[in-house]
Design a protein around this ligand. Structure first.
Ligand code: SAM
Length: 231
């Protein structure tokens, strides 16, 4: 059986309809119109789809529970808080999402959405360039103090994010990377055709071969690489 691009679109639509529900039973009405609200305020909208959001919720619920859990997640790239709300919903009471954003316009809007979603008490917004903020968090939080990291900012910096987050992640914790397979490029474009493609290819290959991680890639939407730090 051949997977045509049209068939792939239909399967992604199915994933969205079945697993990305935000209305009705098991849904999250706060998330139903978040992209519409952000667009109306002039924000860009390269956000996770709802089915990838639900994947983040499942991973957050998994990583932040159990005797070894720290109850802490780091997100790199807040935008308007969409993926952050999914992540924060999975945290236990008293847990913390540190979400990093360089643009005040985005962070200010996200603060409103975190409050409206009822998760503000679990969210610490970290403003500034991700590479600087991650270095600060590595100093202040200390080793193995984080259950999960979600990378979704500058694609050419993903390998640097990985190295800064490596000591922060506890054994058994997850490192998740969005846009593993596409953004404004496709992963099967020729090498050298786009710096983002080449950077993501290098990141994927590095984490797939990393002796400290067991990694897989889920081809949902833009592709999500999921790596668990070995215990
Ligand atoms: C793809 S969007 C994040 C989407 C969000 N995770 C979601 O799914 O709803 C990337 C965000 O990273 C921010 N960003 C870009 N460069 C950054 C940097 N160097 N440090 C921190 N944030 C950055 C952008 O302003 C943008 O809001």
């Amino acid at each position: 059986m051949t997977m045509t691009p049209q068939r792939w679109d239909e399967i992604n639509r199915y994933l969205h309809d079945v697993f990305g529900r935000v209305n009705g039973e098991g849904g999250d009405p706060q998330l139903a119109d978040i992209t519409v609200r952000a667009r109306a305020r002039g924000l860009p909208t390269p956000t996770v789809s709802a089915d990838v959001g639900r994947l983040l919720l499942v991973l957050s619920l998994t990583a932040t529970r159990g005797p070894d859990a720290a109850g802490r997640i780091i997100e790199v790239g807040t935008l308007f808080g969409h993926s952050g709300i999914w992540l924060a919903r999975g945290l236990p009471d008293g847990g913390t999402l540190h979400t990093i954003e360089i643009e005040d316009l985005h962070a200010d809007f996200a603060a409103e959405e975190f409050a409206a979603a009822g998760v503000a008490s679990k969210v610490r917004q970290e403003r500034g360039p991700a590479l600087e903020v991650l270095q600060r968090l590595a100093r202040t939080l200390g080793p193995t103090s984080v259950d999960m990291v979600f990378l979704d900012a500058v694609k050419t910096e993903y390998t640097a994010y990985l190295e800064l987050c490596r000591p922060l992640l506890r054994p058994g914790g997850f490192l998740i990377a969005d846009n593993a397979l596409m953004a404004d490029w496709w992963i099967d474009d020729p090498p050298g055709s786009h710096p983002g493609r080449d950077a993501m290819d290098a990141f994927n290959r590095r984490i797939a071969a990393d002796p400290e991680f067991d990694a897989a890639c889920v081809p949902a939407r833009a592709g999500v690489t999921i790596a668990r730090k070995r215990t």
